[in-house]
Ligand binder design. Structure first.
Ligand code: HAM
Length: 477
């Protein structure tokens, strides 16, 4: 029998998947600057970094974010995590028993129950899962955690909206111990202070980055009780039923699934109808009212400017009381750079102890877009170390060049050391093309004399240095 000739592989050119993109240099310098600023600013507020995994059980997000939300019902990348195993053990529809590995049958039966996992669409659920898993309620409270990383949502891609996007987020989690003597008024103020501190932290971060046109909007959506949000939602629903005919299909559907989300509508023709609906602020219980008043007071005390927006309800189910969003300039319709709020009770919903929570997530892609619009901030981030191209010629000069590169890099200077000897003219041309500010000229003569020539490429000026003086000069830059 002759073996069939292997099929010739078709050449195929690949492209990044729709809604994903490559972040490339030099643009990534601004990303690094933003992330370094986040580490620094969040550190001053006592936050520590957490790095949860990128995929989690689908059910974690369904429970936390809400099964009826757009994020969970339409936008998650979900797969059966045992599929890889299944594919290697299932052939032509038959399960292959593995005699050497009897446990594989057990694993297979688990697999047939399907273990659904999803790429994380957000990270609050993951942080709460981690808080429970690592018994963080036993650590000093509150736990203040932040994260930076990619999230995944299958949304319609457009400017500022991607299917893989990056968030910089923070969460404050605090275990609530049973205490019959607790003064509830004091407790509400304490929570409001935490909310204000968290908001102040994001605003400080944006301020450090010189983000332009920053606007903070806040609201309170009360808590799930008949004399508070539940009562309001029932009223809202009955009012919405009366004007149903004037609403679009999405809003009509939301009257049934999640009436609060109707307030989120951006449709022009729905705006006059929505303007006449009852406002939640008039239906908050006394505790939620005083908490909201305290949040505003605490923001004012910190000099944080805000605007109230009674329609700010957010698209995730876990929120209660404080909700907030921050917009910035230059982003078009996707102008929310940050969203957050309070979510007491979420940890408990995920099987943990009674815990309060408040946090936010910044859309890093949008933040970067807005910073790029305002050139100043981008320039500040572009403050790179001095860049020296070593133009060497001759065997002795080469050895000196290798040492010089090592010393200069150790001093924080960016160095390009060409692997081949080049005529000086060629070397200078290449140095300019790469964007170097200086060319360090090393020929056998320079090495013999122990003095090195540094040429400033912008104006052609030349200065002679001994090695230690050269290092001093570059370090001062
Ligand atoms: P979120 O409002 O769904 O909240 O997302 C926060 C931010 O992520 C948005 O304001 C936006 O800047 C950015 N973002 C969302 N989707 C996309 C996308 N497809 N492309 C680009 N950027 C996007 C949350 O995720 C909550 N976990 C925030 C939170 C933390 N609440 C409490 N703690």
């Amino acid at each position: 029998m002759t073996e069939a000739a292997p099929k010739k592989e078709q050449r195929r050119k690949f492209q990044a998947i729709r809604g994903t993109r490559d972040l490339l240099p030099p643009g990534t310098a601004l990303w690094n600057h933003v992330e370094e600023t986040a580490h620094a600013v969040f550190g001053t507020f006592g936050f520590g970094e957490i790095r949860p995994p990128i995929f989690e059980p689908t059910d974690l997000f369904a429970r936390a974010v809400g099964g009826e939300t757009d994020i969970v019902s339409k936008e998650m990348y979900t797969f059966d995590s045992s599929m890889g195993f299944a594919e290697s053990h299932v052939k032509e529809g038959k399960i292959l028993a593995d005699a050497e590995n009897p446990t594989s049958i057990g694993l297979l039966s688990d697999m047939l129950g399907a273990e659904l996992v999803s790429l994380r669409p957000e990270a609050t659920a993951s942080v709460c899962r981690a808080y429970i898993e690592h018994n963080m309620q036993q650590l000093p409270q509150p736990q203040k955690l932040y994260y930076i990383g990619p999230m995944f949502r299958r949304e319609r891609p457009q400017k500022g909206r991607y299917r893989q996007f990056y968030q910089i987020g923070a969460e404050v989690l605090e275990n609530v111990k049973p205490d019959p003597t607790r003064d509830s008024a004091k407790e509400l103020t304490k929570d409001a202070i935490t909310d204000a501190e968290v908001i102040q932290m994001v605003m400080t971060f944006f301020d450090k980055l010189k983000l332009a046109g920053v606007q903070l909007e806040i609201n309170s959506i009360g808590h799930a009780a008949d004399n508070c949000r539940r009562g309001y939602v029932a009223l809202l629903k009955s009012e919405l039923e009366k004007v149903k005919d004037k609403l679009g299909a999405d809003s009509q559907r939301r009257i049934e699934t999640n009436p609060l989300r109707v307030l989120d509508s951006k449709l022009e023709h729905e705006q006059p109808v929505i303007a006449t609906l009852p406002k939640i602020a008039d239906h908050l219980c006394d505790d939620c009212k005083s908490h909201y008043a305290a949040v505003k007071r605490e923001l004012e005390l910190r000099g944080v400017f805000y605007k109230e927006n009674w329609r700010l309800v957010r698209g995730l189910d876990y929120y209660m009381r404080t909700t907030f969003e921050i917009t910035a300039q230059g982003l078009g319709s996707q102008n929310a750079v940050c969203g957050g709020g309070r979510y007491d009770g979420l940890v408990e919903l995920l099987g943990g102890p009674p815990t309060k929570g408040i946090g936010f997530a910044i859309g890093e892609d949008r933040l970067i877009l807005s910073l790029q619009e305002a050139k100043d901030a981008a320039l500040a981030a572009g403050k790179l170390p001095p860049f020296v191209y070593i133009a060497w010629m001759g065997a002795n000069a080469y050895a000196a060049a290798v040492h010089a590169a090592k010393d200069l890099r150790a001093a924080g200077v960016r160095v390009e050391l060409p692997p081949v000897e080049q005529k000086f003219g060629k070397a200078l041309e290449r140095a300019s093309k790469l964007g170097a500010q200086y060319a360090l000229i090393l020929g056998d003569n320079e090495v013999a004399e122990g003095t090195w020539t540094l040429k400033t490429l912008a104006d052609g000026a030349q200065q002679k240095f001994t090695e230690p003086h050269l290092l001093d000069f570059l370090k001062k830059l």
